[in-house]
Design a protein around this ligand. Sequence first.
Ligand SMILES: [Zn+2]
Length: 242
Amino acid sequence: MLRTSGIYKISCRPSGKVYVGSAVNMYRRWHSRHLPQLRRNKHSNRHLQSAWNKYGESAFTCEVIEQCDTTELISREQYWMDKFDSVGLCGFNIAKLAGSTIGVPQSEKCKQAILQAKCKCYVVRDPAGRESTITNLKRFCGTHGLTSTVMNKVAVGKAKHHRRWECRPATMSRRAWLSTVTARPVRPLKVKNGRVWCSKCQNYKAADDFNRDKQKPSGFAAYCRGCNCARLTSQYQKRRAA
Ligand SMILES: [Zn+2]
């Protein structure tokens, strides 16, 4: 088995049945997932487990049938599932569609665990529009010279891009993600008709209500004096309470 991403096939020689699967690391999937589970009689695929129990470990082989990029795993898995007819009488696959668990009964706990795992996966889109799925955003940012905190903001829809890279949760389509990004209200003009916007009370107030801030392009503080005062007081109280 290879430690790369791709499609693999588990075959049961006496019955001629196969199981087609995809993994980011095929070696790990076989040696850390399938094998230990089958040996402990704990495999989630009951067809595969019962054949294993019936024929024994020596009747099974696991082999790589195709190496492919992680972005193509699902489509290639589907191709091979169809090719080997691995769903139904000829095979062990339970889900009819690759990469999905449609048709597979799941416990509520299991569903939550899958959702959790998917939450940690991201789809990143490079400035040229090429997409790839990643499992560790922080590491990805490290190796691509990006700032992970900013990429996180992109992922949750608080920013449209980071150095022209896009990022969204793997559970979301690009369209769904775009709608969360564009749905954000545009920040109003800081100064309008001589009045100044306070981003705390979300209102325009007289310029006299604001402290001057030379660091800001507008020359005014983000919050009005009243809001700023309230913030400082609550921060002070929090520190005292701590
Ligand atoms: Zn205010």
